[in-house]
Ligand binder design. Structure first.
Ligand SMILES: [Mn+2]
Length: 336
C-alpha cells in the first residue's frame, strides 16, 4: 500500500469570526473527499468545537487541516495548535462541559464523534487531534503523523514524502528539493515517483534510482528508512540535509546522512542498520525544521499520537524560511 497526502492547510483562529470560516473550509474538504452529508457534518462540528475550545483556552492559535490516507479513500485530520497556557484535559472531557460556543457539545462529545482523538497540553501550549472517516472507511493499521507546509503557503511545495506498508515492513521517504517553489517540487516529485514504484527496494538502491531520475532537475536532499518488524531493524540511507531520529521512550539517536545532492553529485549512499527492539518512533524532517529539539522537553509526548508530535515540533521549531516537512511514524514491535 502506497501512501501520500496533502499539504497541511493552516486556518488561523484569532477571533470568533474565523470559527465559521474554519467550519466551512473543513466541511468543503469533507464533501470533496466523498464524506456523505452526515459525516461531513461531523467534520464541520469538529472544526467548530476545536476552534471554539482554542479561543476559550488560548485566545488564538490555528487549526491544521488535511486529508489523510485511509483503508480506502481518505479521512480528515484536524489539529488545534496553540501557544496558550495549557488546559486540564480531563476537565474538558467531562460530560456536560461546554466550551461556551453555541454548539455547546464540548470536547467530550468530540472525542466520541471522532474515530481518533488525542491531546497534549503543557505550559507551552496545547495540541488537540481528531481524525474522522466516512462510514465504511477505516483507519490504516499504522500510526503516522505528517505536518507539511510550503513557504508562504505557496501551492507548490519543494518537500515531498511517501510511505509504503506491507504486512511487516514500512518504507518511508522524505525529499527536500533544493530551494522552494515549482522547480523544487519538480525535483522532489521526480524522486518520489521512482521510489513509489519499488518502495521496498534496498535504501541504497532507491537513492541511486532517484539520483538518475532527478538528474536534470535541481536535485535535492533525500532519505529512505526501511523498517522490518520481523528482522527488528531499521535500515537508513540519506544524502544531504534530511534530519532523522530513532527514539525509544528511554533514549534517542540521530540517523546519519552523507553529504551531497541527489540528482547532482554524491560519493555513496551507504545504508546503516539500527536495531529496533520494542516500540520506537521514527522522525524524519526537512531542514525547514531546526534540529535542536529534544522530545524529552515534552514529558509524555513520546506516547501520544505521532500527528501531535509532528504538529508540536512544527509549532516550536519551524524556521519559517523554507518549506517544512515533519514525518513521525510509530514503529510497533507487535506489528509482525
Ligand atoms: Mn529545505
Amino acid at each position: 500500500m502506497n501512501l501520500y497526502g496533502s499539504l497541511t492547510t493552516v486556518l488561523p483562529i484569532e477571533d470568533s469570526s474565523q470559527v465559521g470560516h474554519a467550519r466551512r473550509v473543513a466541511q468543503r474538504l469533507a464533501e470533496s473527499l466523498d464524506f456523505g452529508d452526515t459525516d461531513a457534518g461531523r467534520v464541520a462540528l469538529a472544526a467548530t468545537e476545536l476552534a471554539t475550545n482554542l479561543l476559550k483556552h488560548a485566545h488564538h492559535g490555528a487549526l491544521h487541516l488535511r486529508s489523510i490516507p485511509a483503508s480506502t479513500g481518505f479521512g480528515i485530520e484536524i489539529i488545534a495548535v496553540d501557544r496558550g497556557p495549557g488546559f486540564n484535559l480531563s476537565e474538558c472531557l467531562t460530560d456536560g462541559f461546554s466550551t461556551g460556543g453555541t454548539q455547546g457539545t464540548g470536547l467530550g462529545a468530540l472525542m466520541r464523534q471522532a474515530q481518533c482523538f488525542d491531546a497534549y497540553s503543557d505550559s507551552r501550549g496545547s495540541a488537540v487531534l481528531v481524525q474522522l472517516y466516512p462510514r465504511n472507511v477505516s483507519a490504516l493499521p499504522l500510526r503516522v503523523g505528517v505536518n507539511q507546509h510550503s513557504l508562504a503557503d505557496d501551492p507548490a511545495c519543494g518537500d515531498t514524502w511517501h510511505l509504503a506498508i506491507d504486512e511487516h515492513r514500512i518504507s518511508a521517504l522524505v525529499i527536500d528539493g533544493i530551494g522552494h517553489g515549482a522547480d523544487a517540487q519538480e525535483a522532489s516529485a521526480a524522486g518520489a515517483i521512482v521510489f513509489a514504484a519499488e518502495p521496498f527496494a534496498e535504501p541504497e538502491t532507491s537513492i541511486a534510482d532517484m539520483h538518475q531520475a532527478m538528474s536534470g532537475t535541481r536535485g535535492g536532499a533525500a532519505a529512505v528508512a526501511l523498517f522490518d518488524a520481523r528482522l527488528k531493524t531499521l535500515r537508513f540511507a540519506g544524502i544531504g540535509n534530511i534530519g532523522a531520529s530513532l527514539l525509544s521512550p528511554e533514549k534517542g539517536r540521530g540517523l546519519a546522512s552523507h553529504p551531497g545532492i541527489v540528482g547532482s553529485h554524491f560519493r555513496k549512499a551507504r545504508a546503516f542498520d539500527y536495531p529496533v527492539e520494542g516500540d520506537h518512533l521514527l522522525i524524519m524532517y526537512s531542514d525547514g525544521l531546526q534540529s535542536r529539539w529534544d522530545l524529552r522537553d515534552y514529558p509524555g509526548l513520546v506516547h501520544r499520537h505521532p500527528a501531535l508530535i509532528a504538529a508540536l515540533l512544527h509549532r516550536d521549531f519551524c524556521r519559517g524560511r523554507d518549506d517544512v516537512t515533519v514525518l513521525v511514524i510509530a514503529l510497533e514491535a507487535s506489528r509482525d
